[in-house]
Ligand binder design. Structure first.
Ligand code: TYD
Length: 137
């Protein structure tokens, strides 16, 4: 299936709030269309900094700004979309074969990533021209 930036959807996650604070639980296969094999988080990112700049051949992800804010720029080779993430109860679902860049990190921001696969460098496409060729070829 050829994925597009319109397959990248904002998922409303549960929020359980009371006077002591809030909890957002995420269940693999329930709130997400994949089972979770790996979790990682980005932190200590200097304010204004960017990350990402790659696509994945198979990996699906859910990206959550659990603290602070950043923008995700999505690109399917034809169209671009910019999504601002600044809430711990919104997850951005990104299917395979979408180029993404994370930009404008607020200082102190924490980006939580839930991933459908273990880390595999062979799954990355880190060169935009190579991505464009694979996507449009
Ligand atoms: P990378 O995914 O390129 O980070 P970003 O896209 O946010 O800039 O990963 C940066 C480095 O961390 C890279 O050398 C691989 C390593 N890494 C792991 O070893 N395991 C992981 O699960 C992840 C996400 C990265």
């Amino acid at each position: 299936m050829k994925t597009t930036v319109h397959d990248c959807t904002l998922i409303d996650l549960p929020k359980i709030s009371d006077r002591q604070g809030a909890i957002t639980p995420i269940y693999g296969g329930v709130h997400l269309p994949f089972s979770i094999q790996r979790i990682y988080y980005l932190y200590d990112v200097p304010g204004g900094e960017s990350r990402g700049g790659h696509a994945h051949r198979q990996l699906q992800q859910l990206i959550v700004s659990v603290m602070g804010a950043f923008d995700v720029v999505l690109d399917d080779g034809f169209e671009r979309r910019r999504i601002h993430l600044d809430r711990a109860y919104y997850g951005l679902y990104i299917p395979h074969m979408i180029w993404r860049e994370l930009e404008n990190f607020s200082s102190g921001g924490i980006c939580l990533v839930l991933a459908s696969m273990l880390y595999d460098e062979g799954d990355y496409i880190r060169d935009y021209e190579a991505f464009y060729r694979e996507k449009t070829g």
